[in-house]
Design a binder for this molecule. Structure first.
Ligand code: AMP
Ligand code: ZN
Length: 145
């Protein structure tokens, strides 16, 4: 299995660095984020080192998604979360600071700024239709109907 001795998440997975683990399976580990965005913020990581979304294998990605869903279920059931945000940052430009793929599972609490001080990080506003279409033209795969 791929590991990087300089990677702090690989060190956590190997038990060389402390973490507060809440779940694990064959492919993934889930542990508490030490700088929680809200109460109960969890990180889900693949055991195999991959830097980001571009590098992770589809089986590990699927396993991380399934683990994130399981954690989210417990955040709702046990912590009483009203909602969940899943977040992955790929690349420094997208705020990634630890370069071992991870999914943030962030429980959300309605009208409870003490447990959940988060605000939407963009201002929703209608986009220019021509620019949206240009991006779609560049991104489109095959001939979707
Ligand atoms: P990102 O900025 O999306 O790459 O997320 C990295 C996350 O890892 C941040 O939310 C950090 O708070 C968290 N983090 C960094 N070091 C540790 C650690 N030793 N144990 C738990 N979480 C960590
Ligand atoms: Zn790693």
């Amino acid at each position: 299995m791929a590991t990087d001795p300089d990677c702090i998440f690989c060190q956590i997975i190997a038990g060389e660095l402390p973490s507060t683990r809440i779940d694990e399976d064959e492919r993934t580990v889930a542990f508490m984020d030490i700088n929680p965005a809200s109460w109960g913020h969890v990180l889900v990581v693949p055991r195999a080192h991959s830097v980001d979304l571009h590098g992770i294998g589809v089986e590990d990605l699927a396993a991380c998604s399934a683990m994130a869903q399981r954690v989210a279920g417990r955040q709702a059931e046990v912590l009483g979360a009203d909602g969940i945000n899943l977040l992955n940052s790929t690349g420094a430009a997208a705020w990634q600071t630890v370069f071992h793929f991870h999914v943030h599972v962030i429980p959300r609490y309605q009208d409870d700024p003490e447990r959940d001080p988060l605000t939407l990080p963009w201002v929703p506003a209608p986009g220019d239709p021509a620019r949206i279409a240009a991006a779609a033209d560049a991104l489109r795969c095959g001939d979707p109907t």
